[in-house]
Ligand binder design. Structure first.
Ligand SMILES: [Zn+2]
Ligand SMILES: [Zn+2]
Ligand SMILES: [Zn+2]
Ligand SMILES: [Zn+2]
Length: 356
């Protein structure tokens, strides 16, 4: 059996607010010409137009953020042309608020730590020696290095033959062969090698004539960048903070009221939840006496944040999680200007703000 807590009533909230509101603003809104100004003559009935009920979920959490220690052995290396793929960081002398830090990493590549490191594999040359001995050339395979190839037309002889037909007096037919200079090679029997143009050597296919092979470690640059992983300079924070989840918008009062709620925790007999799993409709609705969509949203948001803080090693959320009634009074002054009054708590103890 749960006992439904009692929200403060609108008359009490209104009366309390009038006493903390800036006096000159109250007078401005309610003074009647010719009459003596009296706070007690201002009634909730004539001022409060509408009351909206909601709830506030609230807990405290311990926070303890220590700066991340510098450590050795975090040196990284990257090829110079590929360094543009890395995000480097330079925090200068600024410190970082860890709760607002959006990256997961505590340590990141430090821009100021970048230094040139000579490549050990290639000795800083950028290349490794090629099988061609660094000449960039190799023997021509077509001519075996001779620079010439045998002329196919004369089969390397430098001569061709013409076969003449010769008849004798009895008209016997004879064939007579006569050699002549090969018109292709002009008698040389060979031709300049078309592959190497007579040089006997061609460009080394392995190194492409560059005499060396690109070093894979440094990508041909001869050096790489060395850099250190530097810790994000978190601001040290230690203390108590609060999570506040109102189902209705509190605007600029949210933080202020969140801080002030601590003062009424014990006196107010608000709902106290000792297990985040209890933040569900079954438990909250009978205790609060009502529930709606925005309250469920605030409840779920509170449960989610509480669990996140439990998982975070810097924060320790504290039980109980408190659930307070929240009331917003839409009011009008005698002069007709609108303002709102916000109240969080129970009839036993509540806090009030307003924007008259
Ligand atoms: Zn190298
Ligand atoms: Zn050749
Ligand atoms: Zn020939
Ligand atoms: Zn080569």
């Amino acid at each position: 059996m749960s006992i439904t807590i009692k929200a403060p009533n609108a008359d009490d909230i209104f009366a309390r607010y009038l006493r903390i509101a800036p006096k000159k603003d109250v007078e401005k809104g309610y003074a009647v010409k010719g009459a003596v100004f009296d706070l007690d003559k201002i009634s909730a009935a004539e001022s409060v137009q509408n009351v909206t009920k909601g709830a506030v979920f609230y807990y405290q959490y311990k926070i303890d953020i220590k700066p991340v220690a510098k450590s050795t052995g975090d040196e990284q290396q990257v090829q110079v042309p590929k360094a543009d793929r890395i995000d480097f960081f330079d925090f200068g002398s600024a410190s970082v608020d860890k709760e607002k830090w959006k990256k997961k990493e505590d340590k990141l590549p430090g821009f100021k730590t970048i230094r040139d490191v000579s490549c050990t594999k290639c000795g800083g040359n950028g290349y490794l020696k090629c099988d061609c001995g660094g000449t960039g050339e190799m023997k021509c395979g077509k001519c075996e290095g001779k620079g010439t190839v045998s002329d196919a037309r004369c089969k390397g002889t430098g001569k061709l033959e013409v076969e003449l037909t010769v008849y004798d007096g009895a008209l016997n037919k004879n064939r007579v062969r006569k050699p002549y200079q090969c018109p292709e090679c002009y008698g040389a029997g060979n031709l300049t090698c078309p592959e190497c143009n007579g040089a006997g050597k061609i460009m080394c296919k392995k190194c492409g004539g560059k005499k060396g092979l690109q070093c894979k470690d440094c990508g041909g640059v001869g050096k790489v960048y060395g850099y250190a992983m530097i810790p994000v300079p978190y601001k040290a924070v230690s203390g108590l903070d609060v999570g506040i989840f109102p189902s209705l918008k509190l605007g600029k009062f949210e933080k202020e009221m969140g801080q002030e709620l601590e003062q009424i925790l014990e006196k107010s007999d608000a709902i106290s939840i000792k297990d985040v799993k209890q933040l569900n409709q079954k438990v909250i609705e009978p205790n609060l006496g009502y529930i709606d969509g925005p309250i469920k949203n605030a409840m779920n948001e509170c449960a989610k944040e509480f669990s996140n803080l439990e998982k975070n090693k810097d924060t320790k959320p504290q039980y109980p999680i408190w659930v307070f009634p929240l009331l917003i009074l839409d009011c009008k002054t005698r002069k007709g200007s609108s303002y709102q009054i916000y109240a969080i708590g129970t009839e036993k103890s509540f806090i009030v703000r307003g924007n008259l």
